[in-house]
Design a protein around this ligand. Sequence first.
Ligand code: NAP
Length: 336
Amino acid sequence: MDVSKARYLYPLCSVVAVTLIGASSVDTTTDLRFKQPVLSSTNMSLTGHFVTTSAGVQMPRFIYGTAWKKDRTTDLIMKAVLAGFRGIDTANQEKHYREDLVGAALGQLQQNHGIRREDLFIQTKFTSVDGQDPRTIPYDPKAPLQEQVHQSFAKSLTHLNTSYVDSLVMHGPMRTHEDTMVVWKVFEEFHSQGKAKQLGMSNVYELKKFERIYKDAQVKPSVLQNRFHADTAYDTELRAFCKAHNVIYQSFWTLTANPHILKSQVVRDMAAKYNKTTEQIFFRFVMDLGIVPLTGTTNEQHMRQDLEVLDMQPLTENEMAHIEQLMIREFSAHRL
Ligand SMILES: NC(=O)c1ccc[n+]([C@@H]2O[C@H](COP(=O)([O-])OP(=O)(O)OC[C@H]3O[C@@H](n4cnc5c(N)ncnc54)[C@H](OP(=O)(O)O)[C@@H]3O)[C@@H](O)[C@H]2O)c1
């Protein structure tokens, strides 16, 4: 990498710029994490199947995502939970999710398999009008914003046939900070009523924006759910903020946005060494950073493989450093 170009980098903190410059002459035998302290995302324990969030919620360390499953939603959730997943992510956004069919799965799991609602971590989202298909908005789009949030959440509880969700997430910030906080205030009401055990944000890619939301929130976000990819430098700064404030970072696009890493010789060698797939190695790496990944796999073998990752030993410091280098190189390639 041409170090002189580093000043043209996407506006990242100097720590990352220094890291990138350092990466040009990397000695792969040294532990790069000492040079890249911001890549680690959390102070939480890196082993076990659950993490306790800032709201005191037991959140699974691997969450099953239900987007794009359409009519197969119920069947796939049943398979995922019977395979061992205990966390489910959905949204009241028919364009991409069938929240009602998530509810159907919860009913069947209870009735036919004795898996109770309280045995599961259920996370849903409020999606603004901007993120909805105009034909399937689950609330009156002309109603005042607070009322939209009330209507949407009431429908979520009906869809899911439950009196509470474990996690309620804003699918994305509103057009203005003021409106974001209007929605958040209603979320805080649900939280104080025990109807949403924790609150979170999604799709916030600017540190300043997230800092402002965090500062103005009375009930602080417990999770940030974001796309984990090179275009945003893997949210390095945001993850450092999350770590400092005990916000758990949830990742999506974890596999699909990172084929270069999955295909790399480095990861293939690790997969051979541990007798795992490259996908399992990368999920383990992400978990070792303290991230809670989502997977939406539709394949039962992949469900089992994904769950196996929870019981793998953490990667070594050197292995972590090698994969971090791949991320840095990818980021540089995107930006220089
Ligand atoms: N907040 C947001 O805006 C947002 C946006 C997108 C997604 N999400 C959430 O995140 C969830 C996950 O979505 P995603 O975009 O990360 O991708 P995804 O829908 O989980 O797709 C991941 C891809 O990885 C493959 N895969 C998974 N495990 C594998 C394994 N062990 N080996 C090989 N291939 C494997 C899957 O293929 P197979 O099906 O063949 O296994 C699939 O093609 C969604 O369902 C949703 O809940 C949220």
